[in-house]
Structures are given as C-alpha cells and as structure tokens.
Design a protein around this ligand. Structure first.
Ligand code: NAD
Ligand code: UGA
Length: 458
C-alpha cells in the first residue's frame, strides 16, 4: 500500500472481531490502534501473548507489530483517527433483544473525545439491530452538542461475517464487504480502507495463504438499515439451513435413508449449495443463538411473526437433546452410567464455549444421574473457568476419556477425533457404545470392532 493511502484506524473492543480486524488492517499497512477497556487483554497483547485461539494469529501479530498499538487509553488516539471501528460485544438480553449498552458506551466516549479537527467515519462492526447506526449517531451528536462542538458525524454499518477458527482467512479473503451508509464520504473512506482486500494487492501472509481460485470480493453498498438486516439475515439463513438438514436427518433415521447421501444429493444443486448441510448435534456459538433471538425480537417489536426463525431455534434445541435420547435408547438407563464427552467447544478450532451444544448435553446427562467425563483439545481450561460448578471430570487425552466409559458422545468435530484408536478403546470401555454427533467417524470400522454406533440421520 502507498503511504498516502494508509489510514489511522482506531478499533474499540479487541476481542475476536476487533483483534482480527486490527491485525489484518495493520498487516495491510494501516496504522491501527486497538483499544480495550479490559487491562488484562491489553497487557497480554502488549506482551505478545494472543488472547484468542485462531489459526495464524501469532504469526500475524509478529508481522503486523510495527503498525499496531494495543492500549486502554482511547482518549490518546481517538481525536486523530480517520476511522473508528466499534467492535464490542452485543449480548442477548433476557427477552432475546440485543443489548446495545456496550455500543452506546463507546458512542458516548467518541462524543466526549472528538474535538472537531478531523471528521472520522464511525463504523458499527458489532452485530446490531436495525436503527443502531442512527442511535450511535444520535448519542455522539448529543455529547458533541453538550460540549458545544459543531461537526459532521458520519456513521456507517459494516457488518462482520468472519467465522471463528478461520477468522483471519475470512477477513483477508471475504466473499463480500458490506457498507451501509447515507454519506458518500463514509463509503469512499471505507473503500480506501478495504482497497488492498477488494483488489487483493497485498502479498499473502505465509500462514494465511490466498485460497486457490479466490475471486475478488464484492463491495456492496447499501443503506445502513439494509446492512444491519443483511447481517442478521445471513446468520438466520445459515442457522436455518443447518436446522433444516437436522430436521430431515430425523426423518432419514426413521425411513432408513442416509443424511450424508441426502445432503450431497441436494447440495449439488447450485441453488442450494453443499455448505452448512452437515447434520449433527446442532449449532451453537457466540452468534447464531443470540442473532436468531435478536431478529425474532425485531419482528416482535414490529408485530410481525417469524415462524421460520422460531422453528429454526426450536429444531436446534431438540437436536441437542436428541444426542441424549440416542444414549438413552442404547444404554436404557442413564443413571449410574459413565459417559465420555468428546469435544466441548461449539465447533472445532476454537476454545469458545458460548452456547455450545456440549454444555446443554452435559447438563442434561448430569440431571439424569450420569457420571460425565470430558476431553477437548483446547477448551477445557475455559470450561473450568466459565462453568466452575459443572460436575465434569476433565481428562487430558482420548485414551483417559474412554477408560471405564459405558458410552462415548462425540459432540465437536475436532480433526484429532478422526484418528482415535477404537481397537484400543474397545478394550478400555465398559460397554461399546458410540454416539457420533458430527457423523465424522468410520461407522463400518466401529461396527466391525463390535461397537454399537449411532450417527445422526444415518
Ligand atoms: P468479544 O467479547 O470477543 O470482544 C469484545 C471486546 O470488547 C472485549 O474484549 C471487551 O473487553 C471489549 N469492550 C467492551 N466494552 C468496551 C469499551 N467500552 N471500550 C473498550 N473495549 C470494550 O466479542 P466478539 O466476539 O469480538 O464480538 C464483537 C461483536 O462482533 C459482537 O456484536 C458480535 O456479535 C459480532 N461478531 C462476532 C463474530 C465472532 O465470530 N466472534 C463474528 C461476526 C460478528
Ligand atoms: C457464524 C457465521 O458462519 C459467520 O459468518 C458469522 O460472522 C458469525 O457466525 C458471527 O456472526 O459471529 P461461527 O459462529 O464462528 O460463524 O461458526 P460457524 O462455522 O458458522 O458454525 C456455527 C455452528 O454451526 C457450529 O456450532 C457448527 O458446529 C454448526 N454447524 C456448521 C453445523 O452443525 N453444521 C454445518 O454444516 C455447519
């Protein structure tokens, strides 16, 4: 990037989204200030310690170091920034609505610290309901007015579509970049910020190579309201696609079809597509659960029923409990059985446990009187911290897990679970029962070893 195109980008909130965005923009040549009000996060990052589990992050931190500053002092960097990205959390409230309090707190800080010398573009990257760009603008304006500062306030909605585990890849090689704004100055500045990604003019980092055949991403400009709705609709659609295949999986089990054959058979239709048709223990994570609730709540606020999204959530809840029903049908009595849970994180390649199917399943098994052991390659430490009262016996290997178990329930599709030595496991287990909640194990191999195997929809 030519130095004249380089921007000063302030990112408020240095979690999954803020850190990924910050490191990527710094790698591309922008000067980035990553702000977090959690001092521990800032101290760790300054000491070169990564705070999220993401492929390639350590290497990118090293390579981007000269262009990035981590700090908890927003005041120091805010007035001089060209772009201010809001990337703080937007958790669910009890009624399913999105809690905007963190976003609004940042908007207040922005209004309290701009001095009118520079007009930055304020970017809502957090996932926020329709109207939030206007809300941020109103909060900033009101603080500026109170301080007697007369200046333009430019706000854009720029939803984030990254997936955890492959966040840096998704940021550098996205399908599209969506910018919703009414003012062309905001759109132009963000086009400039994203130019190296839109045009793919950068040399790919060694650890995050450009995918073969990667096509230039679309730059989609919309109204702020459309951009806000695009984000929720994308997540709701993906969640619905998974719930759809899980619903069909239940029917496949009853009629004797194999859901993997069905997924392939329908997914080859280009209008449907193969991805997100993996039947299993259901979806979880920091976003699908809260975002489906939030879009439902928006509908409710407008007196508009959204039965597809409601069913998407219900089917998902039922799907988690299906894993327990499968165990029950094979074990007959759960009370007193020892069950080994393979995988705790909501999906592989992350240590994130937010709304993970495993946690619901473990709670249910404990309620039913089972003894539960668990193994996860990276998420056990988080699990101990976040669920200190969960009566689970953590073990540090698959072989320690299977030892003495009546059944194994695989809930997260970590790659290492494809290499389990089931021959050895068969000798260590009390009963040979395996529930494959992600359809990733070799059924024939297990059955040949005498296992009673149950997948999902097969
Ligand atoms: P996160 O919880 O990992 O990080 C948020 C960070 O913001 C935390 O480190 C917190 O300390 C910090 N913070 C909160 N208030 C602050 C303030 N006033 N000043 C400075 N820092 C502050 O959250 P996340 O997963 O990065 O998600 C952020 C937003 O992006 C959410 O709206 C989420 O829905 C959306 N999103 C997340 C993902 C994902 O995969 N995690 C993907 C797309 C969109
Ligand atoms: C999801 C979206 O994919 C991102 O585009 C979006 O930016 C993000 O939410 C967000 O808004 O935070 P993420 O939650 O990281 O990303 O994970 P996904 O890879 O989408 O998986 C979500 C859940 O669906 C996982 O529990 C996964 O196991 C499950 N899943 C996924 C299936 O059960 N079947 C599938 O075929 C695919």
């Amino acid at each position: 990037m030519k130095p004249k195109d380089s921007l000063k980008v302030l990112i408020v909130g240095t979690g999954y989204v803020g850190l990924t965005t910050g490191l990527s923009l710094a790698y591309l040549g922008h000067q980035v200030y990553c702000i977090d009000n959690n001092k521990t996060v800032v101290d760790k990052l300054n000491a070169g310690i990564t705070t999220i589990y993401e492929s390639g992050i350590k290497e990118l931190m090293q390579e981007s170091k000269k262009n990035i500053i981590f700090s908890d002092e927003i005041v120091k960097y805010l007035p001089n920034s060209d772009v201010i990205v809001i990337a703080v959390g937007t958790p669910s409230k009890n009624n399913g609505d999105c809690d905007l309090s963190y976003v609004e707190a940042v908007a207040e800080e922005i209004g309290n610290n701009l001095n009118g010398e520079k007009i930055p573009v304020i970017v809502n990257k957090s996932t926020v309901p329709v109207g939030s760009s206007r809300r941020v603008e109103a909060v900033v304006r009101s603080r500026l007015e109170q301080r007697g500062i007369d200046m333009d306030v430019l706000v854009a909605s720029n939803p984030e579509f990254l997936r955890e585990g492959v966040a840096l890849n998704d940021t550098l090689y996205p399908d599209r970049i969506v910018v919703g704004a009414d003012d062309v100055r905001a759109i132009n500045l963000l086009r400039q910020m994203y130019a190296p990604i839109l045009e793919q003019t950068f040399t790919p980092p060694k650890v995050i190579p450009r995918p073969d055949g990667f096509e230039l991403p679309a730059f989609v400009t919309t109204s702020a309201t459309s951009a806000e709705l695009i984000k929720y609709s994308a997540n709701a659609f993906l969640a619905m696609k998974i719930s759809f295949i899980n619903e069909i999986a239940g029917l496949a089990e009853r009629v004797g079809a194999d859901i993997q054959e069905v997924s392939r058979g329908i997914g080859l239709d280009k209008r449907i597509g193969q991805r997100f048709l993996g039947a299993g223990a259901g979806w979880g994570g920091s976003c699908f659960p809260k975002d489906t609730q939030a879009i439902l709540h928006t509908g409710f606020q407008y007196g508009y029923e959204m039965p597809l999204i409601k069913s998407t959530i219900e089917v998902n809840q039922r799907q988690r409990l299906c894993m327990v029903e499968k165990l029950q049908s094979l074990l007959k009595v759960i009370r007193g059985s020892t069950i080994g849970v393979l995988g705790l994180s909501f999906k592989p390649d992350t240590d994130d446990l937010r709304d993970s199917p495993s946690i619901d399943i473990i709670h249910r098994l404990l309620d039913m009187g089972a003894r539960v052991k668990a193994y996860d390659p990276v998420a056990m430490e988080n699990c101990r911290k976040e669920y200190p009262n969960l009566e689970v016996e953590y073990v540090d290997s698959v072989s320690a897990l299977v030892n003495g178990c009546d059944a194994i329930a695989l809930i997260t599709d970590w790659k290492e679970f494809s290499y389990i030595n089931w021959d050895e496991a068969a000798n260590q287990m009390r009963q040979k029962i395996v529930i494959d909640g992600r359809n990733m194990l070799q059924r024939e191999e297990l059955e040949n070893l005498g296992f009673n195997y149950r997948g999902v929809g097969r």
